[in-house]
Write a protein that binds this ligand. Structure first.
Ligand code: SME
Length: 172
């Protein structure tokens, strides 16, 4: 459950968020539940954020997954926008001013800066974690490293959960 976060500030807030997410994903969770819950935690913990959520790889397209915020575009081809670039290059990106990012896809016109990290499982791209802010240069390199660690936690949870799904399927 959500701890009392109103009084926690700055780095401590990020550390708390990471701890809570790690604890939550230590349980055996379904990928859908994991992504929905992580999106909700990020949106609750991080200040000045207007969108937090997941895009999942389907062939060479990303489709929107669980998120918090305004309705967003449902499909993003690999290589397009920030999310598509991260999907193709498989490295996290911090964009301080989205208007200057080539091919940027505007889902919410309020968004000014963005963080995106890839979720890699066994060398394959599962999806990306995307966080948007209405404030230019809202995020720093600590935030970028933080969301990559969160993306890695999601990758581990999904991997674990898939194994469980296969185990159940075999026993039917
Ligand atoms: N702006 C993103 C698209 C996703 S939305 O921001 C939720 C991009 O260019 O990848």
């Amino acid at each position: 459950m959500l701890p009392e976060i109103r009084f926690i500030t700055g780095m401590e807030r990020s550390a708390q968020m990471e701890m809570v997410i790690e604890d939550t994903l230590a349980e055996d969770v379904d990928p859908l539940s994991a992504m929905a819950t992580v999106a909700a935690y990020i949106f609750s913990f991080m200040e000045r954020v207007n969108w937090a959520g997941f895009y999942v790889a389907r062939g060479d397209t990303l489709v929107v997954g669980p998120y918090q915020g305004q309705p967003a575009c449902m499909r993003i081809p690999f290589g397009k926008g920030v999310c598509g670039t991260v999907a193709e290059e498989r490295r996290a990106l911090r964009v301080d001013e989205v208007a200057s990012f080539p091919g940027y896809i505007a889902c919410d016109s309020a968004t000014r800066s963005e963080l995106v990290a890839p979720i890699i499982i066994n060398g394959k791209l599962y999806g990306v974690l995307d966080i948007d802010s209405p404030e230019p240069a809202r995020f720093n390199d600590d935030d970028l490293r933080l969301i990559q660690r969160v993306a890695n936690l999601v990758a581990k949870a999904v991997e674990k959960s898939d194994a469980q799904t296969y185990a159940l399927a075999r026993s039917v």
